[in-house]
Design a protein. Structure first.
Length: 398
Protein backbone atom coordinates (compact mmCIF):
# COMPACT_ATOMS: atom_id res chain seq x y z
CA UNK A 1 0.00 0.00 0.00
CA UNK A 2 1.23 3.44 -0.82
CA UNK A 3 0.64 5.61 2.23
CA UNK A 4 -1.14 8.85 1.39
CA UNK A 5 -3.58 11.03 3.29
CA UNK A 6 -6.46 9.25 1.59
CA UNK A 7 -5.26 5.71 2.32
CA UNK A 8 -4.43 6.53 5.92
CA UNK A 9 -7.86 8.15 6.41
CA UNK A 10 -9.47 4.93 5.18
CA UNK A 11 -7.66 2.66 7.65
CA UNK A 12 -9.75 1.10 10.46
CA UNK A 13 -8.91 -0.94 13.55
CA UNK A 14 -9.01 -4.73 13.06
CA UNK A 15 -10.27 -6.36 16.26
CA UNK A 16 -9.34 -9.88 15.18
CA UNK A 17 -5.65 -9.09 14.84
CA UNK A 18 -5.60 -6.89 17.94
CA UNK A 19 -4.55 -3.89 15.92
CA UNK A 20 -3.38 -3.00 12.47
CA UNK A 21 -0.11 -1.96 10.90
CA UNK A 22 -0.20 -0.65 7.33
CA UNK A 23 3.20 -0.51 5.66
CA UNK A 24 4.30 1.79 2.88
CA UNK A 25 5.30 0.15 -0.40
CA UNK A 26 7.75 2.92 -1.28
CA UNK A 27 9.80 3.05 1.98
CA UNK A 28 10.47 -0.24 3.74
CA UNK A 29 9.90 0.00 7.49
CA UNK A 30 7.61 3.05 7.30
CA UNK A 31 4.02 2.49 8.36
CA UNK A 32 0.94 3.47 10.33
CA UNK A 33 -0.50 1.84 13.43
CA UNK A 34 -4.25 2.02 14.08
CA UNK A 35 -5.46 1.88 17.73
CA UNK A 36 -8.89 0.75 19.08
CA UNK A 37 -9.82 4.35 19.72
CA UNK A 38 -9.29 5.16 16.05
CA UNK A 39 -6.10 7.06 16.73
CA UNK A 40 -3.40 6.55 14.12
CA UNK A 41 0.33 7.00 14.56
CA UNK A 42 3.22 6.86 12.11
CA UNK A 43 5.89 4.29 13.02
CA UNK A 44 9.22 3.00 11.82
CA UNK A 45 10.03 -0.70 12.11
CA UNK A 46 13.63 -1.88 12.21
CA UNK A 47 15.93 -4.44 13.79
CA UNK A 48 18.60 -3.61 16.39
CA UNK A 49 20.79 -6.14 18.21
CA UNK A 50 18.75 -8.91 16.58
CA UNK A 51 15.45 -7.59 18.01
CA UNK A 52 12.47 -6.09 16.21
CA UNK A 53 11.86 -2.49 17.24
CA UNK A 54 9.04 -0.05 16.55
CA UNK A 55 9.69 3.67 16.90
CA UNK A 56 6.71 6.04 16.99
CA UNK A 57 7.16 9.17 14.89
CA UNK A 58 3.99 11.09 15.68
CA UNK A 59 0.21 11.15 15.38
CA UNK A 60 -1.60 11.32 12.08
CA UNK A 61 -3.33 14.70 11.94
CA UNK A 62 -0.60 16.40 13.90
CA UNK A 63 1.95 15.26 11.31
CA UNK A 64 1.41 14.89 7.57
CA UNK A 65 2.35 11.76 5.61
CA UNK A 66 5.14 13.65 3.91
CA UNK A 67 6.55 14.94 7.24
CA UNK A 68 6.36 11.45 8.73
CA UNK A 69 8.15 9.88 5.76
CA UNK A 70 10.91 12.50 5.94
CA UNK A 71 11.36 11.79 9.62
CA UNK A 72 11.31 8.02 8.93
CA UNK A 73 14.19 8.41 6.47
CA UNK A 74 16.22 10.20 9.18
CA UNK A 75 15.50 7.46 11.73
CA UNK A 76 16.39 4.64 9.34
CA UNK A 77 19.62 6.46 8.44
CA UNK A 78 20.51 6.68 12.15
CA UNK A 79 19.79 2.96 12.53
CA UNK A 80 22.23 2.18 9.72
CA UNK A 81 24.83 4.19 11.69
CA UNK A 82 24.27 1.90 14.67
CA UNK A 83 21.75 3.95 16.67
CA UNK A 84 18.67 2.52 18.36
CA UNK A 85 16.04 5.31 18.69
CA UNK A 86 13.42 3.08 20.29
CA UNK A 87 15.94 1.67 22.74
CA UNK A 88 17.01 5.19 23.67
CA UNK A 89 13.39 6.08 24.38
CA UNK A 90 12.93 3.02 26.57
CA UNK A 91 16.16 3.83 28.42
CA UNK A 92 14.92 7.38 28.98
CA UNK A 93 11.60 6.12 30.30
CA UNK A 94 13.49 3.90 32.75
CA UNK A 95 16.00 6.62 33.72
CA UNK A 96 16.00 7.55 37.44
CA UNK A 97 13.78 10.35 38.64
CA UNK A 98 14.40 12.77 41.49
CA UNK A 99 12.21 10.51 43.65
CA UNK A 100 14.58 7.63 42.87
CA UNK A 101 17.52 9.89 43.78
CA UNK A 102 15.96 10.81 47.13
CA UNK A 103 15.53 7.14 48.04
CA UNK A 104 19.06 6.17 47.05
CA UNK A 105 20.55 9.25 48.74
CA UNK A 106 18.85 8.40 52.02
CA UNK A 107 19.67 4.67 51.74
CA UNK A 108 23.32 4.88 50.67
CA UNK A 109 24.48 8.23 52.05
CA UNK A 110 22.35 9.78 54.79
CA UNK A 111 21.48 6.76 56.95
CA UNK A 112 24.94 5.10 56.92
CA UNK A 113 26.92 8.33 57.38
CA UNK A 114 24.86 10.84 59.34
CA UNK A 115 23.60 11.09 62.86
CA UNK A 116 19.85 10.55 63.48
CA UNK A 117 19.08 14.26 63.56
CA UNK A 118 20.93 14.79 60.27
CA UNK A 119 19.04 11.89 58.69
CA UNK A 120 15.75 13.37 59.88
CA UNK A 121 16.63 16.83 58.53
CA UNK A 122 17.66 15.47 55.13
CA UNK A 123 14.48 13.40 54.86
CA UNK A 124 12.45 16.53 55.62
CA UNK A 125 14.28 18.48 52.89
CA UNK A 126 13.36 15.87 50.28
CA UNK A 127 9.82 15.37 51.51
CA UNK A 128 8.77 19.00 52.02
CA UNK A 129 10.82 20.97 49.53
CA UNK A 130 12.41 18.97 46.72
CA UNK A 131 9.95 16.22 45.78
CA UNK A 132 6.81 18.41 45.61
CA UNK A 133 8.57 20.54 42.95
CA UNK A 134 11.00 18.19 41.20
CA UNK A 135 9.99 14.67 42.23
CA UNK A 136 8.75 13.50 38.80
CA UNK A 137 11.59 15.09 36.85
CA UNK A 138 14.36 12.89 35.48
CA UNK A 139 17.67 13.33 37.31
CA UNK A 140 19.45 13.95 34.01
CA UNK A 141 16.95 16.66 33.05
CA UNK A 142 17.32 18.86 36.15
CA UNK A 143 18.94 22.14 35.16
CA UNK A 144 20.60 24.96 37.03
CA UNK A 145 17.52 27.03 36.30
CA UNK A 146 15.33 24.43 38.07
CA UNK A 147 17.56 24.54 41.16
CA UNK A 148 17.78 28.33 41.08
CA UNK A 149 13.98 28.69 40.95
CA UNK A 150 13.49 26.22 43.81
CA UNK A 151 16.10 28.01 45.93
CA UNK A 152 14.67 31.45 45.12
CA UNK A 153 11.08 30.46 45.92
CA UNK A 154 12.11 29.02 49.28
CA UNK A 155 14.30 32.04 50.01
CA UNK A 156 11.34 34.40 50.04
CA UNK A 157 10.21 33.00 53.39
CA UNK A 158 12.89 30.60 54.65
CA UNK A 159 16.33 31.63 53.33
CA UNK A 160 18.27 29.47 55.79
CA UNK A 161 16.20 26.38 54.94
CA UNK A 162 16.69 27.22 51.26
CA UNK A 163 20.45 27.07 51.79
CA UNK A 164 20.18 23.74 53.61
CA UNK A 165 18.13 22.37 50.71
CA UNK A 166 20.75 23.59 48.25
CA UNK A 167 23.46 21.82 50.27
CA UNK A 168 21.55 18.51 50.21
CA UNK A 169 21.00 18.79 46.45
CA UNK A 170 24.65 19.65 45.89
CA UNK A 171 25.75 16.45 47.65
CA UNK A 172 23.07 14.39 45.90
CA UNK A 173 24.12 15.53 42.42
CA UNK A 174 27.78 14.88 43.26
CA UNK A 175 26.75 11.33 44.08
CA UNK A 176 24.86 11.14 40.77
CA UNK A 177 28.15 11.70 38.95
CA UNK A 178 29.74 8.85 40.94
CA UNK A 179 26.76 6.56 40.23
CA UNK A 180 26.77 7.40 36.52
CA UNK A 181 23.40 9.12 36.61
CA UNK A 182 24.82 12.41 35.32
CA UNK A 183 28.01 13.35 33.41
CA UNK A 184 31.04 14.54 35.37
CA UNK A 185 31.01 18.25 36.13
CA UNK A 186 27.27 18.63 35.48
CA UNK A 187 26.13 19.43 39.04
CA UNK A 188 23.27 21.95 38.52
CA UNK A 189 23.74 23.50 41.98
CA UNK A 190 27.06 25.05 40.93
CA UNK A 191 27.05 28.86 40.80
CA UNK A 192 23.64 29.08 42.50
CA UNK A 193 24.33 31.79 45.12
CA UNK A 194 23.46 31.12 48.75
CA UNK A 195 21.36 33.58 50.73
CA UNK A 196 23.24 35.50 53.42
CA UNK A 197 22.68 34.04 56.88
CA UNK A 198 22.66 36.48 59.75
CA UNK A 199 23.45 34.26 62.68
CA UNK A 200 21.45 35.11 65.73
CA UNK A 201 23.49 36.19 68.75
CA UNK A 202 21.47 36.13 71.96
CA UNK A 203 23.29 35.97 75.28
CA UNK A 204 21.78 36.27 78.73
CA UNK A 205 22.85 39.26 80.75
CA UNK A 206 23.68 39.01 84.45
CA UNK A 207 20.18 40.18 85.36
CA UNK A 208 18.60 37.67 82.97
CA UNK A 209 20.70 34.86 84.40
CA UNK A 210 19.40 35.75 87.84
CA UNK A 211 15.79 35.70 86.61
CA UNK A 212 16.35 32.31 84.99
CA UNK A 213 17.87 30.92 88.19
CA UNK A 214 14.91 32.19 90.22
CA UNK A 215 12.44 30.64 87.73
CA UNK A 216 14.24 27.29 87.86
CA UNK A 217 14.31 27.35 91.67
CA UNK A 218 10.63 28.23 91.81
CA UNK A 219 9.40 25.49 89.46
CA UNK A 220 11.61 23.04 91.33
CA UNK A 221 10.24 24.08 94.70
CA UNK A 222 6.62 23.98 93.48
CA UNK A 223 7.24 20.78 91.51
CA UNK A 224 5.80 22.32 88.35
CA UNK A 225 8.28 20.56 86.06
CA UNK A 226 9.99 17.18 86.06
CA UNK A 227 13.32 17.17 87.94
CA UNK A 228 15.01 15.71 84.84
CA UNK A 229 13.99 18.73 82.73
CA UNK A 230 15.24 21.20 85.33
CA UNK A 231 18.55 19.37 85.71
CA UNK A 232 19.00 19.24 81.93
CA UNK A 233 18.51 23.00 81.53
CA UNK A 234 20.95 23.75 84.34
CA UNK A 235 23.56 21.41 82.85
CA UNK A 236 23.24 22.95 79.37
CA UNK A 237 23.87 26.39 80.88
CA UNK A 238 26.77 25.26 83.09
CA UNK A 239 28.56 23.09 80.51
CA UNK A 240 27.85 24.80 77.20
CA UNK A 241 26.77 21.44 75.80
CA UNK A 242 24.15 21.06 73.10
CA UNK A 243 20.74 19.97 74.37
CA UNK A 244 21.02 16.61 72.56
CA UNK A 245 24.34 15.90 74.27
CA UNK A 246 22.82 16.42 77.70
CA UNK A 247 19.57 14.59 76.98
CA UNK A 248 21.45 11.55 75.69
CA UNK A 249 24.15 11.62 78.38
CA UNK A 250 24.91 8.24 79.98
CA UNK A 251 26.37 7.62 83.42
CA UNK A 252 29.20 5.69 81.78
CA UNK A 253 30.27 8.98 80.17
CA UNK A 254 30.46 10.87 83.48
CA UNK A 255 33.91 10.84 85.08
CA UNK A 256 33.58 12.35 88.56
CA UNK A 257 37.21 11.65 89.43
CA UNK A 258 38.62 13.59 86.47
CA UNK A 259 35.75 16.11 86.54
CA UNK A 260 34.65 15.68 82.94
CA UNK A 261 32.19 14.12 80.54
CA UNK A 262 33.60 11.78 77.91
CA UNK A 263 30.96 11.89 75.21
CA UNK A 264 31.19 8.86 72.94
CA UNK A 265 29.34 10.70 70.20
CA UNK A 266 28.41 14.31 69.54
CA UNK A 267 27.83 16.55 66.53
CA UNK A 268 31.60 16.72 66.08
CA UNK A 269 32.39 13.14 67.15
CA UNK A 270 34.01 12.00 70.41
CA UNK A 271 34.37 14.90 72.82
CA UNK A 272 35.58 15.65 76.36
CA UNK A 273 33.63 18.24 78.33
CA UNK A 274 35.38 19.58 81.43
CA UNK A 275 33.07 20.19 84.37
CA UNK A 276 32.97 23.00 86.88
CA UNK A 277 31.97 22.46 90.50
CA UNK A 278 28.39 23.65 89.97
CA UNK A 279 27.82 21.16 87.13
CA UNK A 280 29.43 18.37 89.16
CA UNK A 281 27.10 19.10 92.06
CA UNK A 282 24.02 18.89 89.82
CA UNK A 283 25.20 15.52 88.50
CA UNK A 284 25.96 14.28 92.02
CA UNK A 285 22.44 15.23 93.15
CA UNK A 286 20.77 13.20 90.40
CA UNK A 287 19.70 9.78 91.63
CA UNK A 288 20.88 6.97 89.39
CA UNK A 289 18.26 4.41 88.34
CA UNK A 290 19.44 0.80 88.29
CA UNK A 291 17.56 -0.06 85.09
CA UNK A 292 18.36 3.15 83.20
CA UNK A 293 21.85 4.03 81.88
CA UNK A 294 20.90 7.65 81.17
CA UNK A 295 21.52 10.66 83.40
CA UNK A 296 18.45 12.61 82.24
CA UNK A 297 15.79 9.93 82.36
CA UNK A 298 12.68 9.88 80.20
CA UNK A 299 9.11 8.79 80.82
CA UNK A 300 9.63 5.31 79.36
CA UNK A 301 11.65 2.78 81.39
CA UNK A 302 15.29 2.72 80.34
CA UNK A 303 14.95 5.75 78.06
CA UNK A 304 16.35 9.28 78.16
CA UNK A 305 14.40 12.53 78.09
CA UNK A 306 13.15 13.32 74.59
CA UNK A 307 11.19 16.56 74.67
CA UNK A 308 12.72 19.54 76.45
CA UNK A 309 11.16 22.33 74.38
CA UNK A 310 7.81 22.57 76.18
CA UNK A 311 9.27 22.67 79.70
CA UNK A 312 11.75 25.27 78.48
CA UNK A 313 8.98 27.44 76.97
CA UNK A 314 7.13 27.43 80.29
CA UNK A 315 10.26 28.18 82.33
CA UNK A 316 11.48 30.98 80.07
CA UNK A 317 8.02 32.57 80.14
CA UNK A 318 8.10 32.53 83.93
CA UNK A 319 11.53 34.21 83.76
CA UNK A 320 10.37 36.80 81.22
CA UNK A 321 12.77 35.48 78.56
CA UNK A 322 10.31 34.73 75.75
CA UNK A 323 12.86 35.37 72.99
CA UNK A 324 15.53 33.05 74.39
CA UNK A 325 16.04 29.68 72.71
CA UNK A 326 17.40 26.69 74.57
CA UNK A 327 20.50 26.83 72.34
CA UNK A 328 21.12 30.41 73.51
CA UNK A 329 22.20 28.96 76.85
CA UNK A 330 25.19 27.44 75.04
CA UNK A 331 25.94 30.87 73.55
CA UNK A 332 25.66 32.39 77.02
CA UNK A 333 28.24 29.94 78.39
CA UNK A 334 30.63 31.08 75.65
CA UNK A 335 29.86 34.76 76.16
CA UNK A 336 30.64 34.54 79.89
CA UNK A 337 33.95 32.87 79.05
CA UNK A 338 34.76 35.66 76.59
CA UNK A 339 33.78 38.25 79.16
CA UNK A 340 36.30 37.00 81.72
CA UNK A 341 39.10 37.15 79.17
CA UNK A 342 39.30 33.63 77.75
CA UNK A 343 40.87 33.42 74.30
CA UNK A 344 38.88 32.29 71.28
CA UNK A 345 40.84 29.01 71.03
CA UNK A 346 40.03 28.29 74.67
CA UNK A 347 36.32 29.06 74.12
CA UNK A 348 36.35 26.78 71.09
CA UNK A 349 37.97 24.05 73.19
CA UNK A 350 35.31 24.38 75.87
CA UNK A 351 32.49 24.20 73.33
CA UNK A 352 34.05 21.38 71.34
CA UNK A 353 34.36 23.33 68.08
CA UNK A 354 36.47 21.54 65.47
CA UNK A 355 36.63 24.54 63.12
CA UNK A 356 38.09 27.81 64.39
CA UNK A 357 35.71 29.85 62.22
CA UNK A 358 32.78 28.55 64.28
CA UNK A 359 34.13 30.35 67.35
CA UNK A 360 34.68 33.65 65.50
CA UNK A 361 31.16 34.83 66.36
CA UNK A 362 32.46 35.47 69.90
CA UNK A 363 35.41 37.58 68.72
CA UNK A 364 33.82 40.90 69.65
CA UNK A 365 33.05 39.56 73.15
CA UNK A 366 36.54 38.20 73.67
CA UNK A 367 37.91 41.64 72.83
CA UNK A 368 35.97 43.32 75.66
CA UNK A 369 38.45 42.53 78.50
CA UNK A 370 41.33 43.65 76.29
CA UNK A 371 39.51 46.89 75.55
CA UNK A 372 38.97 47.45 79.27
CA UNK A 373 42.66 46.84 79.96
CA UNK A 374 43.61 49.28 77.20
CA UNK A 375 41.40 51.94 78.78
CA UNK A 376 43.05 51.42 82.18
CA UNK A 377 46.56 51.64 80.75
CA UNK A 378 45.63 54.66 78.68
CA UNK A 379 44.14 56.34 81.73
CA UNK A 380 47.35 55.86 83.68
CA UNK A 381 49.47 57.28 80.86
CA UNK A 382 47.13 60.21 80.34
CA UNK A 383 47.19 60.97 84.09
CA UNK A 384 50.98 60.91 84.13
CA UNK A 385 51.13 63.27 81.15
CA UNK A 386 48.68 65.59 82.91
CA UNK A 387 51.04 66.06 85.81
CA UNK A 388 50.45 63.02 87.98
CA UNK A 389 46.80 63.62 88.77
CA UNK A 390 44.70 60.63 89.80
CA UNK A 391 44.33 58.07 87.07
CA UNK A 392 41.07 58.17 85.19
CA UNK A 393 39.50 56.68 82.08
CA UNK A 394 38.92 59.19 79.31
CA UNK A 395 35.79 58.34 77.31
CA UNK A 396 36.24 58.26 73.56
CA UNK A 397 34.45 61.01 71.63
CA UNK A 398 34.27 61.24 67.87
Amino acid sequence: MKLTKRTVDALTYDRKSGGQYAWDDDLAGFGVRVYPTGRKSFVVGYRADGRQRFHTLGRFGEMTVHEAKTRALEVLASVRRGDDPSGDRIAYQQAPTMKDLSERYMREHARPRKKPLGVENDARVWRKHVLPRLGKKKVADVTRSDVFQLHAQMGEKTPIQANRTLAVLSKAFNLCEIWGWRPDGSNPTRHVPRFPENRRERFLSEAELLRLAEALNEVERLRLEEPASIAAIRLILLTGCRSGEIKGLRWSEVDFQRRCLRLADSKTGRKTVYLNSAALQILADIEQEDDNPHVIVGAKPGSHLVGLSRPWFRIRKRAGLDDVRLHDLRHTYASVGAGIGLSLPMIGKLLGHTVAATTERYAHLAAAPVQEAAERVGGEIAAAMAGGRAARVYPFRR
